[in-house]
Design a protein around this ligand. Structure first.
Ligand SMILES: Nc1ncnc2c1ncn2[C@@H]1O[C@H](COP(=O)(O)OP(=O)(O)O)[C@@H](O)[C@H]1O
Ligand SMILES: [Mg+2]
Length: 289
């Protein structure tokens, strides 16, 4: 098949995928989105002849808009721009999880520091304030007191960009020093890891230690439902343990998997490419000449 890869920087994750695709004799067109311009009225040359496009853009803005243009040209794209739009926004992510009946932490959104403070006081301390757009644990705040809440809200309101004026407030989940990341293709778990840290943020990007874990039946069910809720695709589902149960705090759409590949027994790029091949076969591109 002919695969397009939207990217701006080739990280280890992309290298793993590229070499797997090339090992299987697929033709890969690397599309550096920084060098492209996408025309509403026509197909960009770089999309011509492609059976499938894989979005590996680092920046959420690029990923969201570039995939819109791929879909506009009727070329199948992983992930679908509608899925990207949901996953790129923590508020939308929470809403669809809740609508699908997937357990997710109690969350409130407010637009002024006064109403946000009221919501925070209702949650009690500690609670969590997150940017609606962001990843790698950046700009997350665990709020321990009213003084801290007032300061953070004022800073965000005064200094923050537009997105930081949406206050996304969440209950603090007393997780056991770790959370879980399950990589899934259309809801089918590929592999999973636990990320442990002394810090409350357990992102691999924040230096958490990782170890493989088994996906239990309960996790499998939640991953499938969380994936369906955002529209399926190649996804990273994040879960926290709450005693004997789980809560899903987010679903990620341009998922990194080098950490998973290192700890897992599974051949992650191989399994992902198996799934891409299947996808290209079942959803052929409509305009590939
Ligand atoms: N409500 C919460 N209670 C406790 N810990 C949380 C909560 N939400 C997130 N975390 C921790 O913070 C990390 C980052 O949160 P997440 O919502 O996944 O944002 P990001 O998109 O930056 O990864 C999680 O991996 C988890 O360890
Ligand atoms: Mg996360």
């Amino acid at each position: 098949m002919q695969v397009g890869m939207l990217y701006s920087r080739i990280r280890r994750d992309e290298k793993l995928l590229l070499s797997e695709l090339r090992d299987r004799d697929h033709e890969v067109t690397k599309i550096d989105v920084r060098k492209e311009h996408f025309d509403v009225h026509g197909m960009p040359e770089s999309f011509e002849g492609l059976d499938l496009v894989l979005d590996r853009c680092l920046a959420t803005s690029r990923s969201r808009y570039a995939t819109e243009f791929v879909a506009h040209c009727d070329v199948p794209v992983v992930n679908d721009p509608r899925t990207a739009a949901i996953c790129a926004d923590k508020a939308r992510n929470s809403l669809v999880l809740e609508e699908a009946g997937v357990p997710t932490p109690r969350t409130t959104v407010a637009f002024t520091k006064e109403s946000a403070l009221e919501a925070i006081e209702n949650f009690g301390y500690p609670c969590v304030l997150k940017p609606v757009v962001g990843s790698w644990g950046r700009l997350m705040a665990k709020i321990d007191s009213r003084n801290a809440a007032e300061a953070i809200l004022e800073h965000k309101e005064t200094l923050g960009h537009y997105e930081h004026k949406v206050f996304y407030i969440q209950e603090f989940v007393e997780k056991p020093g770790r959370d879980m990341r399950v990589l899934a293709t259309d809801g089918e778990p590929v592999t999973a890891m636990a990320r442990s840290s002394d810090h409350w943020l357990t992102n691999a990007a924040k230096g958490a230690t990782t170890e493989p874990i088994e996906v239990t039946d309960e996790m499998r069910d939640l991953v499938e439902r969380a994936s369906d809720a955002v529209g399926g695709g190649l996804l990273g589902v994040d879960l926290m343990e709450t005693g004997d149960d789980f809560t899903v705090h987010e679903v990620n759409h341009t998922v990194e998997f080098k950490a998973l590949n290192e700890v897992a027994d599974v051949d992650v790029p191989g399994t992902v490419v198996d799934w891409l091949e299947e996808k290209a076969e079942t959803e052929p591109a409509e305009a590939t000449t």
